[in-house]
Design a protein around this ligand. Structure first.
Ligand SMILES: Nc1ncnc2c1ncn2[C@@H]1O[C@H](COP(=O)(O)OP(=O)(O)OP(=O)(O)O)[C@@H](O)[C@H]1O
Length: 299
């Protein structure tokens, strides 16, 4: 995949600047019926059929705010793809639209060459999703929840039982298999949700903040599981705020801010000789001085 990098130098637009007249505004108001894509929103480049995800011209507004403002992104099949961006950048909104949780205002999402939103049920078959902040059926035990996820996918009960036991063991949840999810810690809840996303061995995994609240040993186990999954041909898309982790774990990365992609490509292309964190800060900006908090000093 070719890198999608902004031009160097001061000419680069500030992603946080208010929209300029005529620039990066959504196509042709009034909005059409949700799910329809107007001619004016037609992507400039056709979707890449070889990509796991090929996203073109994706938009989502909440009231006056464009949470996702014209995203084009190709996630190569078999890649370990990191999505990074500041709080409120639009990562969750973009991933929700890519996985069938939120209908785009405009734009298209192709999954392995098929238009996702023309048949979301078919698209979802190839996806395993760990959404951010979505309630689980927490009156089930961990074991029941993973089992339920497998049976919902139409899997054979014996296979589900075998894989559930494997996942509970791999994610260090076996001792709490019979505990209700409502009584799990935040990290345990994250892990049981991850297990539920893995049970049907999907071709693509989309994980929104999978390491949040997870202890270091479990995080290392999860990284091993995901690394093995990618080596065997699967595609992982993961959002994270931990730049060091993304730099070490992922082979591709996209930096998103204010609903737009600022840079995307291989990790080496995007970081351009710097650490990913330095590149992120340089592209996104927004560092604040702590001077205004002088009252916080204890002496
Ligand atoms: N359901 C909603 N209603 C209104 N505004 C929303 C909704 N969901 C998201 N937003 C807004 O859209 C913007 C993008 O939010 P989103 O959750 O996609 O960001 P994010 O990059 O995932 O942030 P974080 O890193 O903090 O999780 C934010 O300004 C947020 O307030």
């Amino acid at each position: 995949m070719s890198a999608h990098l902004p031009p160097e130098g001061p000419a680069r637009p500030n992603p946080f600047a208010p929209p300029q007249p005529g620039a990066a505004t959504p196509p042709a108001a009034p909005y059409p019926h949700p799910g329809t894509v107007p001619q004016a929103a037609a992507p400039q480049q056709p979707p890449d059929p070889s990509a796991a995800f090929s996203i073109r011209g994706l938009w989502k507004r909440f009231g006056d705010k464009a949470a996702v403002a014209g995203v084009d992104l190709d996630v190569p099949s078999g890649s370990f793809y990191g999505i990074v961006g500041p709080n409120g950048a639009g990562k969750t909104t973009m991933l929700s639209m890519a996985t069938g949780l939120l209908r785009p205002d405009f734009g298209t999402v192709s999954v392995h060459g098929g238009d996702f939103w023309s048949d979301p049920v078919a698209g979802k078959r190839s996806l395993g999703v760990l959404p951010d902040g979505v309630r689980l059926f927490d009156r089930l035990t961990g074991e029941q929840l993973i089992t339920y996820a497998g049976l919902l996918r139409g899997m054979d009960r014996a296979v589900v039982a075998e894989r559930t036991a494997d996942l509970l063991r791999a994610l260090d949840l076996a001792a709490d298999a019979k505990t209700f999810v409502v009584d799990y810690s935040a990290g345990m809840t994250k892990k049981v949700a991850l297990a539920s996303a893995l049970i049907h061995a999907p071709r693509i995994l989309v994980l929104d903040e999978p390491f949040e609240a997870v202890d270091p040993v479990s995080a290392a186990n999860i990284r091993d599981i995901l690394g093995e999954y990618v080596r065997s041909g699967g595609t992982v898309v993961v959002s994270s705020h931990v730049m060091d982790l993304v730099q070490r774990m992922c082979d591709h990365v996209a930096i998103i801010a204010a609903g737009r992609i600022l840079a995307a490509g291989t990790v080496d292309e995007v970081r351009a000789g710097q650490s990913l964190e330095d590149r992120f800060v340089a592209l996104v900006g927004g560092r604040q001085s702590a001077e205004g908090l002088s009252w916080l000093r204890s002496s």
